[in-house]
Design a protein around this ligand. Structure first.
Ligand SMILES: [Ca+2]
Ligand SMILES: [Ca+2]
Length: 388
């Protein structure tokens, strides 16, 4: 069986705590949320997350199959799906999650489900990779129902703790533990994942019995010292198949705010080297002083530059054709430099940044009307990896 990279789409996300928008709550539940929020910060403890409020991010073939239930794969070859909690968590705090897994109705189907911690909302290779293979860095707990001899899989359905998108059992952090019963029995199997931050202990139980555990400084040893990770499930079929479903039962943790980042589509375009206009980057009239409203978009740019540390960025300032050509050229140069200054203040190395004023010479719309002039007054960016 070979690897196949699935398509991972994105849903709009709204979230109950720390959401930056889109939350609709009545006043009593709002007070409850405030209390939860205060409790979280007062005691630094994990809190129960009301499942009905969570809008998971879904990718691939995932469909909703009940109030808190999702079908991850279809019962066919080469189906895959992943589901992610929309906000990151901090592994310096406790985490607990209970879920029912349904791994299909055909013994020796394929391939299984993986619970994942990952710093990025990504999906790995499908088939035997179960949407986990290739995710670096990462930690996964696999519920594997298909024997792949070359990966060292036991013949029975099995559970193992894996890291860095590596599904070969030679490199397991724990396991594989062969399960005596067949997990592909059309039944729900209750899984509990517990992370005890102080003890640095990961415990997984299956149907009420502790099945596998790990004591490890996951933050230092797996996540390169960065404690903020997302969590979710991935799943796949390959040459063999089964339906895979999950139903969330209980979530207990403290979620962090949803980060301020470009949409996946825009990020992909920028990272591929497309010249891209920044949105809502605004200057005072006739001046190079950035308006406060620009911070949001420029913070996304900081995040992108930090995520691509070996890339440089060229910033191009453009004006409309109103006024003197020479003045416009100078203004566009100063505006591009203002953005460089903003990025430097946020910790980006100045040697990675360059500013160029293009003046009024590269319009993208008609300068004869206000809407066209608005489009022409713009800042463009070009992200590239310099030739060493
Ligand atoms: Ca089985
Ligand atoms: Ca397998």
């Amino acid at each position: 069986m070979s690897f196949k990279k699935p398509n991972f789409g994105e849903d709009k996300v709204s979230f109950f705590i720390c959401n930056q928008g889109g939350m609709k709550v009545n006043s009593s539940s709002f007070i409850l949320l405030i209390l939860l929020f205060v409790a979280t910060f007062a005691f630094g403890q994990a809190v129960d997350v009301p499942l009905t409020e969570v809008k998971f991010r879904r990718g691939g073939d995932v469909t909703k199959s009940g109030a808190n239930c999702y079908q991850l794969t279809e019962d066919r070859r080469w189906s895959s799906g992943a589901i992610w909690y929309p906000a990151p968590i901090n592994l310096a705090k406790n985490f607990e999650m209970e879920v029912d897994l349904m791994l299909g109705c055909n013994d020796k189907g394929a391939d299984g489900i993986v619970f994942i911690f990952s710093p990025e909302l990504k999906i790995g290779y499908a088939g035997e990779g179960m949407g986990f293979a290739g995710l670096y860095p990462s930690l996964g707990v696999e519920f594997d129902t298909h024997q792949n001899h070359h990966l060292g899989d036991p013949p029975q359905d099995h559970i193992a703790v894996l890291s860095d998108g590596q599904t070969n059992h030679r490199y397991d952090l724990a396991g594989p533990i062969a399960i005596k019963q067949d997990l592909e029995d059309c039944q729900n199997h209750r899984i509990k994942v517990v992370w005890k931050a102080n003890e640095k202990e990961l415990l997984i139980s299956l149907d009420g019995n502790n099945i596998i555990g790990l004591q490890k400084n996951i933050v230092a040893d797996v996540f390169l010292g960065k404690p903020e990770v997302y969590w979710g499930f991935s799943s796949a079929t390959g040459g063999g198949h089964n339906i895979h479903k999950i139903c969330f039962e209980k979530l207990t943790f403290e979620a962090l705010p949803i980060p301020n980042t470009f949409s996946a589509k825009k990020r992909k375009a920028i990272e591929k080297g497309d010249i891209t206009s920044l949105d809502n980057v605004l200057f005072r009239s006739g001046s190079a002083t950035l308006k406060k409203e620009s911070d949001e978009e420029l913070t996304k740019l900081v995040d992108l530059l930090k995520a691509n540390p070996d890339h440089h960025l060229s910033i191009y300032g453009h004006t409309d054709a109103v006024g003197n050509e020479q003045t416009n050229a100078e203004l566009s140069q100063k505006r591009a430099e203002s953005i460089v200054d903003f990025l430097i203040k946020k910790g980006i190395d100045p040697t990675r940044l360059s500013a160029k004023g293009m003046g009024e010479n590269y319009p993208i719309a008609n300068n004869d009307n206000a809407a066209g002039r608005l489009k022409n007054r713009r800042v463009e960016i070009y992200l590239y990896r310099p030739i060493p």
